[in-house]
Design a protein. Structure first.
Length: 94
């Protein structure tokens, strides 16, 4: 998945990367229902995952290896910077 590649490319030690992956996965599990394939296109889902990965990286320096704090901060950052499901910029499929 492209979103995990964003995390993979970060310059962190293996233990910190493991924390980032876990926080990202838990954060995605918390919001993925809002992006189910019934309501969103694959493009919108990937866009949301990419945004959440970037949000996770943005807050990583502030939360170290605390998975729960990192997950919560990533979700908050994502909520503030994302337009959410049904983004009007989403391409219309025919």
């Amino acid at each position: 998945m492209k979103a995990r590649k964003v995390l993979e490319g970060a310059s962190y030690d293996p233990d910190t990367l493991k924390t980032l992956y876990q926080a990202f996965d838990e954060a995605w599990a918390a919001i993925s229902h809002m992006y189910s394939s019934d309501h969103s296109s694959e493009w919108a889902i990937e866009k949301a995952r990419f945004g959440l990965a970037n949000a996770t990286l943005a807050v990583a320096p502030l939360h170290g290896k605390d998975v729960e704090a990192l997950k919560d901060a990533a979700l908050q950052h994502f909520a503030l910077t994302s337009s959410g499901p049904g983004d009007p910029a989403e391409p219309i499929s025919n």
